[in-house]
Design a protein around this ligand. Structure first.
Ligand code: MN
Length: 341
């Protein structure tokens, strides 16, 4: 099986054992795309399951039914490995680097299965047999739509499939603020015709703050936001203690980076969050500034031109020192864009 046509006839011959996997700390694009693909594959008669490196945050649990996914934990370790060994086809959705799979990385590498990559992140290093990859796509969800469309199955997209795709489009474009294509809006128009309730989905994703999260956000804005005017940079430095004090979950820090970038005159927004054994970085940029290069070169990460992430195996204090040094040194290189705006 070497080309896509052979693959397609192979796929059509009988129900296949398929798993879909995505990156750890799944966001709405990761889980929405995966669940949409799952429901499509099930409609085609396949046995499919989504396997995640870790559990979903509460605000995304509505996207997936419990029986549609499994997440890695000490209790499910063996079961997960079993699925990776026995599956005939693995879809890797919304990630391109092995490290984003956490413990599932080795399961994927050791699996005898064919691998199909569907993604929009830069510089894929995941070994695959087939792919539908486009770094200009606003969300993996748009690629899932195209994948189904290319197979001539557009009529199989019902409300339950549209829901997942819409969740990915909505969030990866920051509510259709950037990176949208005419196609993105055409897809949404079709979904509305199908009866998709877009405002309810918006509400489920964005109107679910806990009091702790809002209080934490207030605290972070008041005490943890730093502006480095000459570098057009604003960053939050959040310690492990801060997270404990407000008793918040990892998903609750997601929106902070946008506040940093929203400051007038700022081209790079950064959030660093201290974890048990490392410090995690989120980068967002505006205008001509490309953060993917920065994240890849100095922060063991990567992503998109204007949104990237990384991590350093240091505590917050050392990570911050390193970060500020690198930002000063790279003032000139991170402003060189290879991308159109
Ligand atoms: Mn995405």
């Amino acid at each position: 099986m070497t080309n896509i046509d052979e693959y397609l006839s192979w796929l059509a011959q009988q129900p296949r054992q398929i798993i879909i996997t995505t990156h750890h700390n799944a966001d709405a694009d990761a889980i929405g795309s995966s669940i949409a693909l799952l429901r499509y594959l099930q409609k085609k008669g396949h046995n499919a399951l989504v396997i995640l490196p870790n559990e979903l945050p509460n605000y995304l649990k509505w996207i997936a039914k419990q029986e549609e996914y499994l997440f890695f934990s000490p209790e499910t370790e063996e079961l997960c490995n079993d699925y990776f060994q026995k599956s005939e086809l693995i879809f890797c959705v919304d990630f391109s680097t092995y490290s984003r799979l956490n413990q599932l990385e080795n399961y994927l590498k050791n699996s005898p299965s064919k691998v199909f990559l569907i993604d929009h992140h830069l510089f894929p290093n995941v070994k695959h047999h087939f792919s539908h990859w486009n770094p200009d796509a606003p969300a993996s969800a748009e690629l899932i739509y195209e994948f189904i469309e290319n197979l001539g199955d557009i009529l199989l997209i019902d409300k339950s499939i549209a829901e997942g795709i819409y969740a990915g489009l909505l969030t990866d474009t920051a509510s259709f603020k950037h990176a949208t294509t005419p196609k993105t809006h055409e897809i949404v128009a079709k979904f509305i015709t199908l009866g998709l309730d877009t405002s309810t989905i918006h509400e489920k994703i964005y109107a679910n703050n806990t009091l702790n999260k809002l209080r934490f956000t207030g605290f972070a804005l008041q005490h943890k936001l730093n502006l480095v005017e000459d570098l057009k940079l604003a960053y939050f430095d959040i310690s492990l203690q801060n997270i404990h004090d407000f008793d918040i979950n990892w998903g609750d820090t997601e929106g902070l980076v946008d506040y940093a970038l929203s400051l007038e005159g700022v081209d790079i927004g950064v959030v660093m969050i201290e974890k048990e054994d490392h410090t995690k970085f989120s980068f967002r940029s505006a205008n001509h500034v490309v953060v993917d290069v920065l994240a890849r070169q100095f922060f063991n990460g990567g992503g998109h031109a204007h949104a990237a992430g990384g991590k350093l195996y240091m505590n917050l204090e050392n990570a911050k020192k390193y970060f500020l040094e690198k930002m000063k040194e790279t003032e000139t290189i991170h402003c060189i864009s290879t991308h159109k705006n």
